[in-house]
Ligand binder design. Structure first.
Ligand code: BGC
Length: 612
């Protein structure tokens, strides 16, 4: 018999033996107790049985997360035993939700075709709605939800987001961000709920409940508390910078929302880009293993952030307690080979790998993926449906904070004769939504299904409404000017203000300042709506205008703002951050905030006017 036939025979015999043993073991737990039961004890038994069958390559594979394009050719899913797929910036998985689902079903089938048939986790940054899908319901960013202080609303928003996320084929979201932002110069202030630990903790609980519900029911997704820890409290608000808080401050100010997340059963925690006590957070064993896993009893997955392996110390991050690695952008082989070498040469203890894989498998069982690994096609028609948009509109209304209302200019009489609306942010759903909307860095265009602030004004006002985007004409006969100004979209480090010479500033652009003075100089009653991911230094603009509203980043339901402007609803929002009065407020490490009372803010945390 030729050698290659003998070799194949031998290989096949081994394969048959492995499959028989594994299916015996799996089936033995399939019978009594059932393989698909929800009970935690049973899940632990199933995890142990599965783990006992796994080769080192299969284990390392489970610890790998890749993009569905670029990082892999499809066959890698099975040949490299990939544990999870992420969709972020880049080619979308298809043209519509069905195609997104189909693409992920195709990849899932490849994972299921492997020897042990372990299903994939599909992850996405659905941070204010399923914001990577054009046509989804997009909620206000977390800072706006923080202003609402309404935990029921936060829970409902999260459960809608979860449903639309599942509808596009995912079972895992990298949300909520539970940062405590200390400095408005940080480009991610809007991703967190508030600078207050107490308020953040309250909303974190609601968010986890809403996202995860009953994890196995296919309408919810596994949530991720991020970024552990100190992301928002770096010196000078630098993304991925140095967090110089003491361990006691970290424990008292930054960790409580994580304790809430863990006791609410959060499925995963993402590690942060910043460093603490001169150690990159990814390699911070004391915080990841001793504090989060052992101290808080977190039994879910610790996921690295983008290219965490090659950026923050390779095997040191695994030893510190990272369980799954975002092995993207050229990192997959570096990670898989690096960990394997680490285990073989004793740098990494095999027990650490087993702990990591155990956590990953546990969550896959909790999500019910072994029983039902595919998304539900019925959910597709829920994306952007009316009920979801109504809820997002309520969130928009409740997030608005009224900072000034001289002589009760607001609410505006619906019958008022002539309204002039100024500013490109007034009629552009992309600009009103901020980063992480359709694209990673957001979009400057209208997107599917969204309404603008102008749409709402036009539908509500009974008199003449004129839109003059750049305030090029002088509407001297206007009874009121509604001027919408603010920041252009940004995400992550692109939003950092740094020394103030970059793309973003603590103040309004000169052009936007001029929109306001054009009308205040004419003596026309002026309402300013500020679209921004953080409080800005607008002391002068507040002073000269008659009414001033902080609208944050409202998302797809911009028309909801008119419901409050014209008095169908009252203002409810309260400042989730202290509001700065001058750029000098930021000369030191932090701006004015709850924790550092040395700077007197223009408005304190919690400020917000109402009509009645
Ligand atoms: C961000 C994370 C995000 C990840 C995946 C990173 O750059 O810091 O918040 O979840 O990318 O897109």
């Amino acid at each position: 018999m030729p050698r290659y036939i003998l070799f194949n025979l031998k290989k096949n015999l081994i394969k048959i033996l492995v499959i028989t043993v594994s299916s015996y073991l799996l089936n033995s737990c399939k019978n009594v107790p059932s393989y698909h039961s929800n009970s935690d004890t049973l899940i632990e038994q199933k995890v142990d049985s599965l783990l006992a069958l796994m080769t080192l390559d299969e284990k390392i594979g489970q610890m790998s997360q890749v993009r569905h394009f670029d990082d892999i050719v499809d066959e890698d899913i099975s040949s490299k035993f990939i544990g999870s797929v992420i969709h972020t910036q880049g080619p979308t998985p298809g043209a519509d939700a069905k195609e997104w689902q189909d693409r992920f079903i195709e990849l899932q089938k490849m994972a299921l075709s492997t020897r042990l048939g372990i299903p994939l986790l599909f992850a996405v940054d659905a941070v204010h709605g399923q914001n990577t899908f054009d046509g989804a319901t997009i909620f206000p960013h977390n800072i706006g939800l923080g202003a609402s202080r309404n935990s029921k609303l936060v829970e409902e928003a999260a459960s809608i987001t979860a449903m639309e996320t599942q509808a596009t084929g995912f079972n895992w979201t990298f949300s909520p961000c539970i940062a405590i932002p200390f400095n408005e110069k940080w480009g991610r202030v809007y991703e967190g709920f508030s600078e207050s630990t107490v308020l953040t903790s309250e909303l974190v609980k609601a968010s986890i409940r809403g996202h995860q519900g009953v994890l196995s029911d296919k309408k919810t997704v596994m949530a991720t508390a991020k970024h552990f820890v100190g992301d928002g409290s770096t010196d000078f608000g630098q993304e991925g910078g140095y967090t110089s808080l003491s361990m006691q401050e970290i424990s008292e100010i930054l960790l409580p929302p994580y304790r809430e997340a863990v006791s609410s059963g959060v499925g995963s925690v993402m590690v942060s880009f910043n460093s603490i006590s001169n150690v990159p957070m990814h390699a911070h064993k004391v915080l990841i293993t001793d504090t989060l896993k052992i101290g808080m009893g977190f039994d879910g997955i610790v996921i690295s952030d983008w290219k965490g392996y090659s950026r923050f110390g390779a095997n040191a991050i695994i030893n510190a307690g990272v369980d799954m690695v975002m092995a993207v952008d050229g990192d997959l082989d570096i990670f898989q080979n690096g960990v394997k070498t680490g285990i073989l040469n004793g740098d990494i203890n095999h027990k650490r790998i087993d702990d990591a894989v155990r956590r990953i498998l546990r969550q896959k069982f909790r999500l019910g993926l072994f029983k039902n690994p595919f998304p539900d096609p019925e959910l597709v028609n829920k994306i952007g449906c009316e009920a979801h948009r109504n809820k997002a509109r309520q969130a928009v209304r409740e997030s608005l904070v009224l900072l000034k209302n001289a002589k009760n200019l607001l609410p505006i009489e619906k019958k008022i004769k002539k309204i002039v609306v100024i500013g490109e942010h007034a009629n552009n759903s992309g600009l009103q939504s901020g980063g992480w909307t359709i694209q990673w860095q957001g979009t400057h265009d209208n997107y599917k299904g969204a309404t603008t602030i102008m749409d709402g004004i036009k539908n509500t006002a009974e008199g003449l409404v004129v839109y003059d985007e750049k305030a090029t004409e002088k509407h001297t006969d206007a009874d009121i000017a509604i001027i919408v100004v603010g920041e252009t979209p940004y995400a992550e480090m692109f939003g950092d203000i740094g020394d103030g010479n970059g793309a973003h500033k603590l103040t309004l652009s000169e052009e936007h300042q001029k929109y306001i003075t054009t009308y205040t100089d004419m003596g026309i009653k002026t309402v300013v709506i500020l679209i921004s991911g953080r409080p800005l230094v607008v002391t002068e603009q507040i002073k000269i205008s008659d009414a001033f509203i902080a609208a944050w980043l409202p998302g797809s339901e911009g028309a909801g703002i008119a419901e409050v402007l014209f008095g169908d609803h009252d203002f409810k929002g309260k400042l989730p951050h202290s509001w700065p009065k001058s750029e000098e407020d930021f000369e030191n490490k932090y701006g004015p905030n709850f924790w550092d009372q040395s700077i007197v803010p223009l408005y304190e945390f919690g400020y917000g006017l109402r009509y009645y």
